[in-house]
Design a protein around this ligand. Structure first.
Ligand code: SAM
Length: 298
């Protein structure tokens, strides 16, 4: 259905959770249809990670389309996302790659260029090594450290891939952000006076976010999905956009519901869409559990 044509009515959600602070609606179905059915400009923030077309084994979705088809489909869902996104909204788009197919993330970003402005490029760092002497004496490391989730590969030509992109797209490139909502403390407090934004001893975190996966005991039981991001990824995105400016948050490729978990914990109204019922049920369960035992430190 063309976006400019008669809009299809929003279907009934599969599940609705009312947290008391926000309403979370979970839809079983196709993300493009759902995005197109939303009234134009009504979503404040989309945080999402679509399939990357890297041959990942999902339960339902076939992740190895011919490149041309994949990019046509990418164009279709991005056009639908642009329709649903508010003029001052944010689309945080996480895309991974694999060493033998390094262009995917850039191809997806170039496709988005037809619809949206690239306002920021964030590097989600999953693992990092820091040498003690490079960190400097003031940091107080007693040795070189390597922290985070490290997935070794056997290769004599590729480096281990320790990051993924999070592209921050907006309608006009001028969306205001609450940078200090995810800010970090100044290491050297004498800098505070020097910087105009230094009033509360916090500076902008910058565009490299170290967010490791939680350590789990059993992949099948604890994280039964091949391509998730930790809830801290959407948590930072929501806070960076500015919580008070969010009337509706969304993830059109919900997977196990990490974005729903973050939205629930932050008291946001939220819509999630997933084509696979097993993943969707798991997302609902995770969200319910998060409301009983919140993960966030307040
Ligand atoms: C990369 S995963 C998202 C994982 C999620 N960020 C998480 O942390 O759990 C992409 C998801 O999109 C779903 N999917 C693929 N095509 C879809 C479509 N057209 N509509 C709705 N969901 C779709 C897949 O089933 C898969 O679970």
């Amino acid at each position: 259905m063309p976006i400019s044509g008669k809009r299809r009515a929003l279907p009934e959600p599969h599940t609705t959770i009312d947290s008391g602070r926000g309403k979370l609606r979970f839809f079983l179905g196709d993300s493009v249809e759902l995005l197109e059915a939303l009234p134009a400009g009504t979503v404040s923030v989309i945080v999402t990670s679509p399939p990357y077309n890297l041959g990942i084994q999902y339960r339902t979705y076939q992740d190895s389309l011919p490149r041309e088809h994949y990019l046509e489909w990418t164009d279709a869902w991005l056009a639908a996302a642009r329709h649903a996104l508010a003029e001052d909204g944010s689309l945080f788009l996480n895309v991974g790659a694999k060493p033998t197919d390094p262009w995917t993330a850039m191809d997806v970003a170039q496709t988005a260029r037809r619809h949206l402005h690239l306002q920021n490029t964030i590097h989600w760092v999953k693992s990092i090594a820091i040498d003690r002497d490079a960190a400097g004496a003031a940091v107080g490391l007693d040795r070189d450290i390597a922290v985070g989730h490290y997935k070794p590969i056997n290769s004599d030509r590729f480096l281990n891939d320790c990051h993924e992109f999070i592209f921050h797209f907006t309608a006009g490139g001028r969306t205001k952000l609450d940078r200090r909502a995810i800010g970090v403390r100044y290491q050297d407090e004498s800098n505070i006076a020097r910087w105009r934004s230094g009033g509360d001893n916090r500076r902008c975190r910058g565009n490299a976010w170290f967010i490791p996966y939680e350590t789990i005991q059993s992949r099948d039981k604890d994280r039964p999905h091949p391509a998730t991001f930790p809830p801290r990824v959407p948590e930072y995105c929501f806070k960076l956009h500015g919580l008070t400016r969010i009337t509706l948050a969304m993830d059109p490729f919900l997977g196990l519901g990490s974005t729903a978990v973050a939205a629930a914990e932050l008291g946001l109204d939220f819509i999630g869409v997933e084509m696979d019922e097993h993943y969707l049920n798991e997302a609902v369960e995770r969200t319910r559990r998060a409301l009983v035992a919140p993960r966030l430190r307040r």
